[in-house]
Design a protein around this ligand. Structure first.
Ligand SMILES: [Fe+2]
Length: 349
């Protein structure tokens, strides 16, 4: 059977005009765009955002725009496959580098999209989520889930920069993206739940499970020091297998957020890792170390604080040529795809 379908140009102009006037369109010329044969054709183009290139622009944004005018002073990562100005790093992942200068605050808001903040540099800043004060230390992952009030402040002495990852593209697609503003929150006077209630893996406070009011997002902060220690411990005793940990909800074991998921990945010295092709798009943020990753033939030489993207079903190979381990955080959209009954992995040929 031929796969050649008719084109728009083959149709008489009068018919095309009549369709336009009737607000309809012919499917057959676009059939292969909507349903490509055999495998998806991603629009996303793998790209490396070098922190050395981005940092001066982020700092300059702080000079050009006072935080009162910007509220959220962010440079977002625009997927080259979609072009400049696109608020998407992949099909489902929005990501942006946000700057906070010492003494600055940003008012509270809450919104339908969920976010996670990966702290890139600086110390002394904090995020308050539903009254929980969360210190921001480099490498930490901090959740600001859907519908949760969040604001931030900075009592340190140097700029703090973090990478925000949001499911914003999905909510824009749903025409469901909006925010509500509020003044700064009064934080509770105690450490966050990662230190108080979930300080040890496998242990959670004893409560009547049916009455847990905060089970949706019980832990908002995943301190990097603990993540790195867990990765190193696993690497030492896990044979030749990949060293990758999921960020999970400590009450349910499910992904930490509804739409986007997060993993921490360690590449041992000299290790080459070739993950299975899978239907999730991804963003890799380098916390520590350097290496090289090939994504669909694009070769990215990365070092600490860089970020690179991978489209769906990307052919990926990571390599750490150094004597020291490298650590990356992977943002992906597997939770969404699992909820759709769609997530797919393909064995490597
Ligand atoms: Fe926000």
């Amino acid at each position: 059977m031929s796969t050649q379908l008719g084109t728009m140009e083959e149709l008489p102009q009068s018919y095309r005009d009549a369709m336009a006037a009737a607000s309809v369109g012919p499917l057959w010329p676009q059939m292969r765009n909507a349903l490509p044969h055999g495998a998806p054709k991603p629009v996303t183009r793998s790209h490396l955002w070098s922190y050395a290139m981005l940092r001066p622009l982020v700092i300059e944004a702080g000079e050009l725009t006072p935080v009162e005018k910007a509220e959220r002073r962010v440079l977002f990562l625009a997927d080259p496959g979609r072009g400049p100005g696109t608020m998407q790093a992949t099909s489902t992942i929005y990501a942006g580098l946000q700057l906070l200068k010492p003494g600055e605050t940003a008012p509270a808001h809450k919104h339908t999209p969920s976010a996670a903040r990966i702290v890139v540099e600086g110390e002394g800043a904090y995020t308050v989520v539903d009254g929980e004060k969360l210190p921001m230390v480099a490498g930490d992952v901090i959740l600001t889930p859907t519908g949760c009030w969040h604001d931030h402040g900075h009592s340190g002495t140097a700029p703090v920069i973090w990478l925000d990852a949001l499911d914003l593209p999905l909510f824009m697609f749903l025409e469901g993206s909006y925010a509500v503003e509020s003044p700064l929150q009064a934080p509770r006077n105690r450490p966050d739940t990662s230190e108080v209630e979930y300080a040890t893996a496998g242990l959670a406070p004893r409560r009547n499970r049916s009455k847990r009011p905060d089970a949706a997002f019980p832990m908002m902060r995943y301190p990097w020091a603990r993540t790195e220690a867990a990765l190193r411990q696993m690497a030492a005793h896990h044979g030749g297998e990949a060293v990758e940990l999921d960020y999970i909800n400590p009450e349910t074991g499910e992904h930490a957020l509804h739409v986007l998921g997060f993993t921490a990945l360690m590449l041992r010295p000299g290790e080459t890792l070739k993950p299975a092709l899978n239907s999730a798009s991804a963003l890799f943020h380098v916390v520590q170390g350097s290496g090289v990753s090939t994504v669909n033939g694009a070769v990215h030489h990365w070092s600490a604080k860089d970020t690179f993207s991978a489209p769906v079903f990307a052919d990926i190979e990571h390599h750490n040529p150094n004597d020291a381990p490298a650590f990356l955080i992977r943002v992906h959209d597997t939770p969404l795809q699992e909820k759709l009954g769609y997530y797919e992995e393909r064995a490597l040929s």
